[in-house]
Design a binder for this molecule. Structure first.
Ligand code: ADP
Ligand code: MG
Length: 683
């Protein structure tokens, strides 16, 4: 028996269900259905209406029909592989029920002679007689059959009948949960409660009714719970009191005056937001979001500089060594000897590393640059005041929080990402952080001219890059991405390399998924140093690295990418002040729809706009592979179609925050919908 007010029933193991054994459990687990709650979100796809019964004489051949019959004779052949047969009748005619692979005993049990039995299944007609082979439903209780039976996209090995039985069992045992939403919110969904909404969700007549209250409410629950968890993390981090940094504005101005350029307005604005956080006595947990090339690095370095001048150390972490080194070199030039900076590299020998570790512990290094290695256990900072993390958009909520904890209470955290995403997604993915956005690009930046070309016109492309190479420029050549097979990626890149290397001997290098990490860094470094002209690669070129001399990028099989991804790839060029070009190559002529998409890219250079459009076309899961990146996988909610629900959830969260409302009532919601490891901290 279930305790009706207890949500924990929903979190119990599938084996708790009647009639579900290890075998079914394992089949479901393969589909990532681990508990009863998970089963609720597999929705019926369609249904078979078995509610109307008929007489034998009115049966329609080839259709699913329901009839009530009386078995009158068994025919159990003694020959193997012949089916068991039961002849049955009603007042209008006769029908044979036929069973392959069923035991006599079983057939006798479900079709006892002389009893009225209701059966349902697909009707056939053979040798002048109606036949029903392996009837899907057989029961003495006709009401069990005479209804609409949902069809689900079934897991192999589980029949529709069993699946319906499981779902019906859950629906009839649903706990009645105490309402967690405010009156005002509930009103928007016509006061439907969670329990009723789930029941409606599984009714066959409600399939596809996405605008109805029950669906909207349940979608809202999903969004809201994510936002609530984000909000709790944010609140928790914000509550941490730290020693505030005292900014030296004069020094900041002096450094800014040393730059060859002026900060854009957005750079100034975001720097100011960060400065505010640094000088407050609450811990900073902030995301700096800005398109490729919008100039985030300088903003973060000034923040680092301010932190150092306030007596703290800074750690800047990049996803690759080469990017860490680029930041390090930029900082070295900018700060000259004024402050102590150091790069910790996987390549540095034991002795050098030891010296660096020592210096860090003794506060003789102000800013340390490196990859995730800078957060190894053995590394101790004397007085870490700011962690800057560049281009780690794949960091999930948990990883971010752990990093923040690791820095200690005086340590502010600044994350940077060049992945402009639609607002609804930002709220979902980064709602635990405060947000600073750079929309504007430096004025000196020239737009990247974007062209599309048929693959058969490759000779034109070769002519084009010949000219560019003569001008001393460098070229990225990105090879097709075929997700299913790394092997094919690899071989197509190798082929292209061989082809280009014949045309441009000794001017081409190759980088693909199998290139090992060290070689990769060497190749990228050589490219940076202009030791060769064309870099052929799969999509593994990391974001963030500045190749000022590369001004052309060719992307093969461009239709394999989403617009955001194309935009990001194209952002690898055009960072210097040369004219730059992006050539998208296609195997065949573009459809009108594809043309429309590509035009968005040709006409705009605004990553935020492009990602919004991309999401409208492709759905949110596909944007830049966010599916794999720890983003919550919504089951009902959809950031495109439910934009209003996202905004409503945001508003409600703000209201709860402002009123300092106790969130205890949301415990079941969070427990059911969200990631357990965070919840333990909260509820
Ligand atoms: P991202 O935001 O992609 O990390 P970067 O910080 O690498 O961009 O900046 C790209 C390039 O633009 C760098 O060479 C940087 O020095 C330059 N840059 C940054 N800010 C400005 C500016 N306000 N005006 C001109 N160039 C700038
Ligand atoms: Mg960057």
């Amino acid at each position: 028996m279930t305790n009706k007010s207890n949500y924990e029933y929903l979190l119990s193991d599938l084996t708790e269900l009647n009639g579900v054994g290890i075998k079914t459990t394992n089949l479901l687990k393969r589909k990532k259905i681990n508990n009863i709650f998970d089963l609720l979100w597999k929705l019926p796809k369609s249904y078979t209406d078995r509610s109307l019964s008929t007489n034998i004489k009115d049966l329609r051949i080839g259709e699913n029909q329901t009839i009530t019959i009386i078995p009158k004779k068994y025919l159990f052949p003694r020959v193997r592989n012949l089916p068991n047969r039961v002849s049955c009748f009603d007042e209008t005619g006769e029908i044979d029920c036929i069973f392959f692979n069923s035991y006599e005993g079983y057939v006798r049990k479900i079709l006892p002679l002389g009893k009225e039995i209701t059966v349902s299944g697909k009707i056939a007609f053979y040798r002048n007689k109606y036949q029903l082979t392996n009837p899907k439903y057989v029961s003495e209780d006709s009401s069990l059959i005479k209804q609409k039976h949902n069809t689900y996209s079934l897991t192999e090995g589980i029949s529709e009948k069993i699946y319906n039985k499981i779902i019906n069992q859950i629906i009839s045992n649903l706990p009645i949960l105490k309402e967690w939403h405010s009156k005002n919110i509930l009103d928007k969904f016509d006061n439907i409660n969670w329990n009723e909404a789930i029941i409606e969700l599984h009714k066959s007549e409600n399939i596809g009714k996405y605008q109805d209250n029950f669906y909207q409410r349940l979608a809202f629950d999903e969004i809201f719970s994510t936002f609530l968890v984000n909000s709790e993390i944010r609140k928790k981090i914000k509550k941490i009191k730290k020693k505030n940094k005292s900014l030296n504005r004069k020094k900041q101005t002096n450094i800014l005056n040393k730059l060859e350029f002026y900060l854009t307005n957005d750079q100034k604005k975001t720097l100011e937001e960060i400065n505010q956080d640094l000088s407050s006595s609450n811990k900073m947990f902030r995301l700096l979001q800005g398109d490729v090339g919008s100039g985030k690095t300088i903003v973060s370095l000034i923040a680092a500089y301010n932190t150092v001048n306030s007596g703290f150390q800074v750690a800047l972490m990049a996803p690759t060594e080469i990017l860490a080194r680029q930041h390090y070199n930029f900082a070295k030039k900018l700060f000259s000897k004024e402050i102590n900076i150091e790069l910790i590299s996987g390549k540095s020998d034991y002795k050098t590393k030891k010296i660096i570790l020592n210096k860090l512990e003794n506060n003789n290094i102000d800013i340390i640059f490196g990859t995730h290695a800078i957060f190894q256990k053995k590394i101790n900072f004397k007085n870490l005041g700011l962690i800057i993390i560049d281009e780690q958009h794949k960091f999930g909520v948990n990883q971010r929080k752990r990093l923040s904890d690791k820095g200690g209470k005086n340590c502010d955290v600044l994350l940077m990402t060049a992945t402009p995403i639609p607002r609804t997604l930002t709220m979902t993915m980064y709602g635990d952080m405060d947000l600073s956005i750079i929309r504007e690009k430096p004025k000196s930046r020239k737009p990247i001219k974007t062209y599309s070309k048929l693959e058969s016109k490759i000779d034109d492309v070769i002519k084009f890059i010949k000219k560019e190479i003569q001008l001393g420029n460098q070229i990225f050549w990105v090879c097709p991405l075929i997700e299913e097979s790394k092997k094919i990626d690899h071989s197509s890149a190798v082929k292209k390399f061989e082809y280009l290397n014949k045309l441009f001997p000794n001017q081409v290098s190759l980088l693909h998924g199998k290139t090992d990490k060290e070689d990769k860094e060497i190749i990228l470094d050589n490219f940076l140093k202009k030791k060769f002209k064309i870099l052929v690669s799969t999509t593994i070129i990391e974001v963030g690295i500045d190749f000022p001399n590369a001004n052309v990028i060719i992307i093969e099989n461009a239709n394999k990418f989403g617009l955001s991804q194309l935009h990001q790839l194209r952002g690898r060029v055009g960072r210097g002040n040369k004219d730059s070009a992006c050539i998208l190559m296609f195997k065949s002529n573009l459809s009108d729809n594809a043309k429309k998409r590509i035009n968005i890219l040709k006409e705009s250079n605004d990553g935020f706009y492009i990602s919004e459009e991309d999401m409208k076309i492709r759905g949110f899961g596909d944007i830049l592979g966010f599916k794999q990146s720890g983003i919550k996988n919504f089951k009902l909610a959809d950031p495109i179609h439910n934009n209003d629900l996202f905004l409503l959830a945001e508003k409600e969260i703000k209201r709860i925050e402002n009123n300092n409302e106790d969130i205890g009532r949301f415990k079941p919601l969070i427990k059911l919908y969200d990631r357990a490891d965070i919840i333990n901290d909260i509820a």
